[in-house]
Write a protein that binds this ligand. Structure first.
Ligand code: PLP
Length: 427
């Protein structure tokens, strides 16, 4: 037995599981090379922006109070704007999560009487209350902003005719969600998003086009802002935080849109000028610097898992060979027991809380029990290896993340190990 095989065995991975994984890994060499090339490009893009904006040690200073002239914060926002090729950006610890960033981008740029159109069907769960699809205190609906939704076609593509029909005088903003999130449709490529943006802008050039970019950053070499999006929005405890950002969200886009967001985030009149960075800047910078390779690790993990579970006969979305537009992998495991075993494996491979046994529980807002496996340095971070899913047919686990490829690989091998031990899978 080689040293590494011994190490895997010591950590609970039997030789059979390791061999099965190694064969799959060997077949993925070309795809992994392609992911590395993309990471190389994106790494240069980030590095170039950091050099151009003269990042220096004083960017990492602790700033408290009002935060006037917070040099680190202002420089980082220029870096984000350069990387996303936008006029401006807002990157703040005061943006508490992805939902907050999205809510901000909407509420800051919509006024009573305006209409929001979702061109990619039902948005992410948490946005239902933001928009008021599910009645909620403080929703856009309460402020007189109306909403229309154009569902995707059967095959998961945009319904261009219905989008045209949905756009009226009142339409102020159109939004698309890049990642499938927890739906079964495919995620969109940036070029598909570009196509729908062009289509919408031809019908109504002054529409503000916002893209929910969560889980998509650095998966491709271009971002939705490169193909005409007026705002791209995401969470720093996903891709662009690189696993180091302890909190935060970003919005990158047109000067006017971002200015509106800043006035809404802090206060009319104050805008971007206030909001002290409270010592998180080094993590924001370093996380953004690492993000391209962290995303590459997560992508390799997702592709590895897709190929392993596909080979074992499970339905996987995306499948083993499809191109990737986000870091989420769904595996339909077919039973509650299999979901639980899978999640136990993911948890057991984590650097934090590896000894904990995740259990299904009745999470608020869900109509069935949900199981979640996560052993993360940053609570709730889903750029770190994590898996979850509702315990109901088709018993799919959604899993994503992995700060390094070897740790993502261990997580997936461990999920398989637990399925083998539970005699759900025979190798
Ligand atoms: C995660 C996510 C959100 C919400 O982000 P939170 O940080 O969980 O609030 C919104 N949209 C998509 C597509 C996401 O993946």
């Amino acid at each position: 037995m080689s040293e590494i095989e011994k190490m895997y065995e010591e950590m609970g991975i039997c030789l059979k599981v390791l061999d099965f994984g190694s064969k799959i890994e060997a077949e993925l060499k070309e795809r992994f090379d392609e992911i590395d090339r993309r990471a190389e490009y994106n790494q240069l893009k980030v590095l170039h922006a950091m050099q151009k904006n003269h990042v220096s040690a004083d960017c990492f200073n602790y700033v408290s109070g009002y935060g006037y002239d917070d040099h680190g914060r202002d420089t980082l926002e220029k870096i984000y704007a350069d990387v996303f090729h936008t006029e401006s950006a807002l990157v703040r610890p005061q943006i508490t999560c992805g939902t907050h960033a999205l809510a901000l981008s909407l509420s800051a740029n919509l006024r009573p009487g305006d209409e929001l159109v979702s061109a990619s069907g039902k948005p992410y769960d948490t946005l239902e209350e933001v928009i008021g699809i599910r009645p909620s205190k403080g929703s856009l609906a309460e402020y007189g902003v109306s909403y229309k939704q154009v569902d995707l076609l059967e095959d998961g593509t945009f319904d261009f005719d219905s989008i045209r029909a949905a756009i009226t005088e009142k339409t102020k903003m159109v939004t698309v969600q890049r990642s499938k999130g927890y739906q079964t449709r495919p995620s969109f490529s940036v070029s598909q998003i570009g196509e729908v943006i062009r289509f919408v802008k031809e019908i109504k050039p002054d529409v503000i086009f916002m893209v929910d970019n969560c889980y998509g950053e650095f998966v491709e070499e271009i971002e939705p802002s490169d193909v005409g999006a007026d705002m791209v929005v995401g969470s720093l405890i996903k891709n662009p935080g690189g696993g180091l950002a302890p909190i935060g969200g970003y919005i990158a886009g047109k000067e006017e849109c971002i200015e509106n967001c800043a006035y809404r985030l802090t206060s009319p009149g104050l805008g971007k000028e206030v909001g002290a960075s409270l010592g998180v800047m080094q993590a924001f910078y370093q996380g953004f610097f690492l993000a391209p390779t962290v995303v590459a690790s997560a992508l390799k993990g997702a592709i590895f898992a897709a190929n392993i579970y596909e080979k074992l006969g499970y339905a996987v979305v995306p499948n083993g060979t499809e191109s990737r537009h986000d870091i989420i992998q769904a595996v339909e495991l077919g039973s509650a027991d299999a979901m639980i075993a899978f999640c136990h494996g993911i948890q057991a491979a984590a650097p934090v809380d590896s000894y904990v046994m995740p259990e299904p529980w009745a999470m608020p807002g869900y109509d069935s029990d949900v199981i979640m496996a996560a052993g993360a340095f940053v609570q709730g971070s889903s750029i770190e290896l994590s898996a979850d899913g509702p315990i109901k047919p088709p018993y799919a686990v959604y899993f994503q993340g992995g700060l390094t490829w070897p740790s993502a690989k261990l997580g997936i091998l461990m999920s398989l190990e637990h399925l083998v031990r539970a005699e759900i899978v025979q190798l």
